[in-house]
Design a protein around this ligand. Sequence first.
Ligand SMILES: *Cc1c(COP(=O)(O)O)cnc(C)c1O
Ligand code: SF4
Length: 450
Amino acid sequence: MQTFFESPLSSVLSRDYLTPKSFAHYKSFTLRNFRQIPQVNRLSSGQIEAIEVVGRVFPFKTNSYVVNELIDWENVPDDPIFILNFPQKDMLKPDQYEAIANLLKRKADKEEIDQAAMKIRWELNPHPAGQENNIPSHNGLKLKGSQHKYRETILFFPSHGQTCHAYCTFCFRWPQFVGMNDIKFAMRETRLLVSYIQDHPEITDLIFTGGDPMVMSTKLFATYINPILKANIRHLKTIRIGTKALGYWPYRFLTDDDSEELLDLLNKITRSGKHLSIMAHFNHPREMEPEAVKNAIRRIREIGAEIRTQSPLLKHINDQPELWSKMWQAQVELGCIPYYMFVVRDTGTHHYFGVTLEEAWNIFRKSYQKVSGLARTVRGPSMSAHPGKIQVLGISEINGEKVFVLQFLQGRNPDWVGKPFFARYDKNAKWVSDLQPAFKDDHFFYEENH
Ligand SMILES: *Cc1c(COP(=O)(O)O)cnc(C)c1O
Ligand code: SF4
């Protein structure tokens, strides 16, 4: 059999490794129409009620690819991809669940249900890590759709990329998908962004994020990319695109109406001499299996881009070392570079998905031990917190005191990076805010400037 790599790009679409078109038709399912999914008939009435109830509070969206090619319906309700997209009863606290369930039972009107849902959302820490504090300004104008937190990197949230091909039930960006608009980042204008980057020679990396920027049509995405390339900013070395399209809709790079144009546009970035890194979000080794994702990865790599992978560690979905080592190994085989393992943030469904820092460290090191050096490019477990990205290096004992050893992978102050520091061991700690400084210190070293 001839391999993909021997065939020129132009012949790619005619070849039989493309999955049948019948699967390649994108259809999304939300609260409004999920009952049309044939497999939903397998769910119990309790499970359907849970979707109806929890889906009022959190965003719910899945799609034809996830339903037909990723979820193993024989394994529902425990199937990890099912849990990744479909609301589960325990994602709300019991009193919250009852409140919404009762309103639905007595057929309350939409307004009343929406009000109750909004009240619950505010109980669920919708603004973790003070993200609204990192908005840069330029000549007195706020760049509302961006965040410049770490010296070398600027995040950009294109206003047209504020949705995803499906919604992850753990997503920390959930408030922006349910209309809590005050924290929705949106910036239509690339002009301001370009001149901000021009004025900041320390910026080497521009990161497109969302939602998912790959939900945009190629034509729209080009209106962001072209002005940036045209400005020809020397110190801007890398463009990154944070996306879950490889996990949720790999046909974005294969058979969508404008897939060819999308690959051409991405190719234009690499041809301009800038590095293009697709920051691919994968949560489970299952997502690496379909032919479609393998082919999409090959096509992206063929145009000279690299794919780096990242995921949070999630109870009920991937809290077993074997899953991570299997996922990283599969990624390396496909030419992807494992990059970050995150600790899930303390927002929304955190009580359902969260694991303790001790468990996170154990899962990380056990999976890290099982792979060769090529997969050990991954770093974690890492908390994206207000002061920076904090890695749990491990648990140790110093002078008889059991401690967490931590370090910054990224810091608001670059000088904080790479200096090990210590916190008192706490069996139940799940986030940096649960930690106390070790020994006789009354604050962490990075808190001195406050
Ligand atoms: C993670 C992150 C980045 C990118 O950091 P790298 O370590 O370079 O991948 C940039 N900005 C913010 C706000 C981040 O959380
Ligand atoms: S794809 Fe990313 S932004 Fe979209 S719901 Fe999932 S984690 Fe959130």
